[in-house]
Ligand binder design. Structure first.
Ligand SMILES: Nc1ncnc2c1ncn2[C@@H]1O[C@H](COP(=O)(O)OP(=O)(O)OP(=O)(O)O)[C@@H](O)[C@H]1O
Length: 263
């Protein structure tokens, strides 16, 4: 059945099995993300956020249920899905331009036109002139911008963001939140952001999904009001309605952790 969703998890459970036994990480989860939507996932440590991203990326397969990308079951990693992580994983021996082009190279698409597009992307992300430099010459924020360029170069429809800003200083983090949101929005990308930072979730996304303690289940979905969504993350933080959204998320998470202490 075609639902028009870009991403869908239908009754998904995931069990990790290793020599210590089995661990239920996600239980009967139902979640859908529309094309162009920006969704944030928040929840206590170990509640299954990274597991959900790995299922969406086709790096893991559900023990039960189905994962769909544009209505089609996910059978493995897809060029339609890009991943951005806390660590940039740039290759130290490659120039910035060659790092940004590596996905194209792996896909056999390193043409002159594609490299020109990489240069334009680097320029758009404020890295013009850095193409011939090496990762160790760049700051953490610049390196994350290269990681963003590398992911966008292959033109995925979906971006999975696993705490990509958490290792950065506050000032750089805010700048990068603005840049990432604007860049993804302009291109109409669908995004799923995992973060521990409730303010980041509220400022960047269209909808926040709050997960309960392990095994991950959805406790609450909060639509972000239009006045926050239409602003950049930095501007959204200054809007009158921002504090209310933050407090709702905060109390939902505290309820979860209270339950964990007493449950
Ligand atoms: N490879 C694995 N083998 C066994 N158990 C795992 C494995 N990866 C994760 N888990 C367990 O599954 C549960 C969910 O892990 P996951 O990393 O998805 O949570 P998370 O919400 O992303 O955590 P955090 O916020 O701390 O990054 C945790 O209990 C974790 O210990």
């Amino acid at each position: 059945m075609q639902t028009g969703n870009m991403l869908e998890l239908i009754d998904v459970s995931h069990v990790y099995v290793n020599d210590q036994g089995a661990s239920l990480a996600v239980e009967q989860l139902n979640m859908a993300v529309r094309p162009g939507e920006f969704v944030a996932l928040v929840g206590p440590s170990g509640c299954g956020k990274t597991t959900i991203l790995s299922l969406l990326a086709g790096l893991l397969f559900p023990t039960r249920g189905s994962v769909l990308l544009a209505g089609v079951p996910v059978t493995g990693p897809s060029p339609q899905v890009g991943y951005m992580l806390q660590q940039d994983y740039l290759f130290p021996w490659r120039t910035i331009r060659d790092n940004a082009a590596i996905g194209l190279e792996i896909a056999g698409r390193r043409t002159k036109a594609a490299l020109e597009a990489v240069d334009r992307l680097l320029e758009e992300l404020g890295l013009s002139g850095a193409g011939g430099r090496y990762p160790h010459e760049l700051s953490g924020g610049m390196r994350q911008r290269v990681a963003l360029a590398r992911t966008l170069a292959t033109e995925p429809e979906v971006m999975l963001l696993d705490e990509p800003f958490s290792a950065l200083d506050l000032h750089i983090k805010l700048q990068l939140e603005d840049l990432v949101q604007e860049t993804l929005r302009r291109r109409g990308k669908t995004a799923v952001l995992v973060t521990h930072d409730l303010a980041e979730a509220a400022a960047m996304s269209d909808r926040v999904i709050v997960l309960g303690k392990q095994p991950g289940r959805i406790l609450r979905e909060l639509d972000i009001p239009e006045e926050l969504r239409s602003a950049s993350p930095t501007e959204a933080r200054k809007q009158p309605g921002f504090q209310e959204v933050f407090e709702e998320l905060w109390s939902e998470l505290n309820r979860t952790e209270e339950g964990e202490r007493h449950g």
